[in-house]
Design a protein. Structure first.
Length: 137
């Protein structure tokens, strides 16, 4: 179970980062990636559900100790967070499609402050999950 949830969280982390970066590209360059980001968002939601199912199965079958339960909970929370990033990426491109071209707008504050901060948090969570998973496996 630990290997499976770890692999799913690694996949989640990469896919959520890709979704966010692609939505930033859409915001910055006006490129429409709505369908692709929607598909990635759905994949992230599906992976979140798979991790939840693996967690329930492992609790029922293996009766994990406290440390293992904390890891299982962390995997579930990370999967949920990565799923939210995918949904937010989709929301960005959906709003862009609704309001139309924004090429004349000054996007500096959003791109330099907001987006970079979100990407650094995403990378932090993803890297910590990988480090923790490698210790357990």
């Amino acid at each position: 179970m630990f290997r499976a949830s770890s692999n799913h969280n690694n996949e989640d982390g990469k896919l959520s980062e890709k979704s966010v970066l692609t939505s930033i590209e859409a915001y910055d360059n006006g490129v429409n990636h709505k369908r692709q980001i929607f598909d990635w968002s759905e994949k992230l939601r599906s992976l979140k559900e798979e991790i939840a199912n693996l967690a329930i199965e492992s609790i029922a079958r293996f009766q994990p100790v406290a440390g293992d339960l904390r890891f299982i909970r962390s995997c579930m929370e990370l999967a949920y967070g990565f799923s939210r990033f995918g949904r937010y990426a989709y929301d960005i491109v959906d709003v862009l499609e609704t309001i139309g071209p924004i090429s004349a707008c000054d996007k500096t504050a959003v791109l330099e402050n907001g987006m970079r901060h979100k990407i650094s948090l995403l990378n932090f969570a993803y890297n910590n999950c990988r480090i923790r998973s490698s210790r357990l496996l």
